[in-house]
Each structure stands twice: as structure tokens, then as C-alpha cells.
Design a protein around this ligand. Structure first.
Ligand SMILES: Nc1ncnc2c1ncn2[C@@H]1O[C@H](COP(=O)(O)OP(=O)(O)OP(=O)(O)O)[C@@H](O)[C@H]1O
Length: 235
């Protein structure tokens, strides 16, 4: 479970995340949506222990992100918005490098399983810069999962890739199973609906909405309707 109590973040005296209280159940897949600059990345980085809240408390599985940062990093995987791979190294060498940097132990069987799940096994000897954008995104996600964390935090992990690769990534994340809690930001509402149990809407740092997708009024595009209702989008 993730618990936020009055979480607030200021950058240069500007409030970018404002007094957020939130409870996210274990095993939930949560889609974060909101306009550019709403504070999604900042909120996710605070939960991932990468940015310190200006005030308030965040607990992941009962441990404080500020007081138990090192222990918690073993339990959290973070996928940054920009691809963080060595482009001139092979997939295999990237995995070796990032396994060495991982905050917890990495098993060969698990890495091999991840490679098979995303269809990268036959590409392990290719250089990253020879992979398609979709393949690079898949590798970027695997890197965050090397130590088999229970919480996966993903900042727009499918941005700029083709539809089949997006669909593959969604299927892969679902196949990870219900013991993984996933926070996933995206501007693609369809993707959120395909993957997530919950939707969280941020606007100008304020939590505008958090609910199960099942609780939204029945509609063909419930998240889209919700954003229209909240006047975050017009059409
Ligand atoms: N390190 C920083 N220093 C100063 N301001 C920052 C910093 N990081 C983010 N901000 C500002 O905080 C606000 C929220 O940014 P954030 O990246 O969290 O939004 P976002 O919802 O993820 O946006 P996007 O959808 O464009 O990625 C923005 O106004 C941004 O310019």
C-alpha cells in the first residue's frame, strides 16, 4: 500500500504538488493523467524516493520514503520519461551494467524471463541504437524490473512509439500479475483504460480525482468523459 499524507512540493517557492492525501492499495495499477506541468512526474519521483517532499509524509508498504530510502529502493523500480540506456552497448551489456547498479539482487532466470516476455531474447547481441523505438522502451522497462521490485513507477513509458509496441507493453505489464503495484503516467487515455484499475487526475499540482475506473459512469471512453467533466479537456 502507498500512503500520502499532506504531501506538498515547492520548487523555488512555487507550489507544484499541493497537499495531497492518497491511499493506493497493494497490487493496484494506477494511471496518472493531467495536463503538461500538472505535477505528475514530481509526484511519481517523490514516491520513488528520488525527490524529497517539501512537507508531508509518503509511506510505501509502511516505510517512509524519506527515512527508509535505501531499504525502499530495493522494493521500487522507476522508469524515467527519457530512455536511460547506453546506446552504443548491446542489450546484453546494458543488462549486465544495470544489474550491477540495481538496488537489489538480480537473478539470471528472472532476466531471461523478462527478455522472453517482451520478445527481446533474440536481440540480446544487438546494440541499443540498432533497436526500434519500441524495443528500446521495452528494454528501459526491463531495466527497472531487474531487481524484481513490488512497486513499478513509470513516467510516460510508451511515449513516441508505435501502437503494436504500446499494446505489447500493456500486455506485458498486465502479465506481471497482481503482486505488482504500478503507477503509470500517460497522455494516452485508451492505454490507461486498457491497463489500469484506478485513475488519478492531477491539475496544477492539485489532486482533482482518484477513483476506480469501474466507478466512473459507464461510457465508451470513461477517462475522456471524466476529463471533460473536470473541464481539463474540452472535446
Ligand atoms: N527540478 C525542477 N526545478 C524547478 N521546477 C521544476 C522542476 N521539476 C519540475 N518543475 C516544475 O514543476 C511543475 C510540474 O512539473 P512535472 O514535470 O512534475 O509535471 P508533469 O505533469 O509531469 O508534466 P508533463 O506531462 O509535461 O511531463 C512544472 O511547472 C515544472 O516546470
Amino acid at each position: 500500500m502507498i500512503e500520502l499524507k499532506h504531501v506538498h512540493k515547492q520548487y523555488k517557492k512555487r507550489d507544484v504538488v499541493k497537499d495531497i492525501d492518497l491511499l493506493i492499495p497493494q497490487g493496484a495499477r494506477v494511471g496518472l493523467v493531467g495536463p503538461n506541468g500538472a505535477g505528475k512526474s514530481t509526484l511519481m519521483k517523490m514516491i520513488a524516493t528520488l525527490v524529497k517532499p517539501s512537507s508531508g509524509e509518503i509511506y510505501v508498504g509502511g516505510q517512509s520514503v524519506t527515512r527508509k530510502k535505501n531499504q525502499l529502493r530495493k522494493r521500487i523500480g522507476y522508469v524515467p520519461q527519457d530512455i536511460a540506456l547506453h546506446s552504443t552497448l548491446s542489450v546484453r551489456d546494458n543488462l549486465t551494467f544495470w544489474s550491477g547498479m540495481a538496488p537489489g539482487s538480480v537473478s539470471d532466470e528472472w532476466v531471461s524471463h523478462l527478455l522472453s516476455m517482451v520478445g527481446l531474447r533474440q536481440h540480446v547481441d544487438k546494440r541499443v541504437d540498432q533497436l526500434s523505438g519500441g524495443m528500446q522502451r521495452k528494454l528501459n522497462i526491463i531495466v527497472a524490473l531487474l531487481h524484481n521490485p513490488e512497486l513499478l513507477i513509470m513516467d510516460e513509458p510508451t511515449v513516441g512509439i508505435d501502437l503494436p509496441s504500446k499494446t505489447d507493453i500493456i500486455a506485458f505489464l498486465k502479465a506481471l500479475g497482481s503482486d505488482k503495484t504500478i503507477l503509470f503516467s500517460s497522455h494516452d487515455l485508451q492505454e490507461i483504460e486498457m491497463l489500469c484499475h484506478y485513475v488519478l487526475v492531477l491539475e496544477e499540482g492539485t489532486l482533482r480525482h482518484f477513483s476506480s475506473l469501474n466507478d466512473l459512469p459507464h461510457a465508451q471512453n470513461p477517462t475522456h468523459e471524466l476529463l471533460k467533466h473536470l473541464k481539463i479537456i474540452r472535446h
